[in-house]
Design a binder for this molecule. Structure first.
Ligand code: PGA
Length: 239
């Protein structure tokens, strides 16, 4: 049932970085040259203001969110087509920080469909809160989020990010991640890459990335420095 999927190591810079950060992919390539990482994809999702200026460095580029429409009177928003124009090949949708800002599963579903429409790949984020986990509902919550947030599309990535583990330094145990990812795999099938996110760092990357149904990571804080992003990427298994 499990097939070997190319690891995806994705850095979400959130609201960090100015134009002086545009050269960071070159720094990344210096510490972990492209020739040594043919077995994996590295993705950087910077603030949209930097996206078009981001150096190549042999990394993929992505957006952190999008509007579902192609264009229109939506002040402050941007479409997947615009992100594609600026160099994106992936777009994160449904991050818990966007869901906390009001995005519902229906919104996330429409955004993921829009990303596909633009010819890009959505990274659809799901994850339970601490209360939901404590109540024993983690798997049911995540399963329902997937049912409601994933449109009828062929090419997408799921990022499982327990809300209580994001930016807190608390990582889910490998056992918890394994259990959840096995359940997600059973729901979405063999071909979808499943990322874990939530306080991934060099010290815990190997334990998490070696789990059978973990095909990569979505990294916040530890993805801002290219040395630590490279250390995490090096922990991804070579098929
Ligand atoms: P973190 O963020 O690695 O800083 O916990 C993860 C995320 O929000 O994707």
């Amino acid at each position: 049932m499990t097939q070997t999927l190319r690891p995806l190591i994705a850095a979400n810079w959130k609201m960090h970085g100015d134009l002086s950060w545009a050269s960071k992919p070159t720094d990344f390539d210096r510490v972990y040259p492209a020739a040594e990482r043919q077995h994996l994809d590295v993705l950087i999702c910077p603030p949209a203001t930097i996206l078009a200026s981001l150096a190549d460095g042999g990394v993929l580029k992505g957006g952190q969110d999008c509007h579902a429409a192609v264009s229109g009177a939506h002040t402050g928003d941007m479409s997947s087509e615009m992100l594609k124009d600026a160099g994106a090949s992936y777009v994160i949708v449904g991050h818990s920080e966007r869901r906390a800002g009001g995005d519902t599963c229906a919104d996330v579903n429409a955004k993921a469909e829009a990303v596909t429409r633009a010819g890009l790949v959505p990274i659809i984020c799901v994850g339970e809160t601490e209360d939901q986990r404590d109540a024993g509902n983690a798997q049911a919550v995540v399963s329902k989020q997937i049912t409601d947030s994933v449109p009828d599309i062929a090419d997408y990535v799921i990022a499982y990010e327990p809300v209580w583990a994001i930016g807190t330094g608390k990582t889910a145990t490998p056992e918890d991640v394994d259990e959840m990812h096995n359940a997600i795999r059973a729901q979405v099938g063999a071909g979808v890459r499943l990322l874990y996110g939530g306080s991934v760092k060099p010290a815990n990357a190997k334990d998490l990335l070696s789990l059978a149904n973990v095909n990569g990571a979505l990294i916040g804080g530890a993805g801002l420095e290219m040395d630590s992003l490279a250390d995490i990427a090096r922990a991804a298994p070579k098929a």
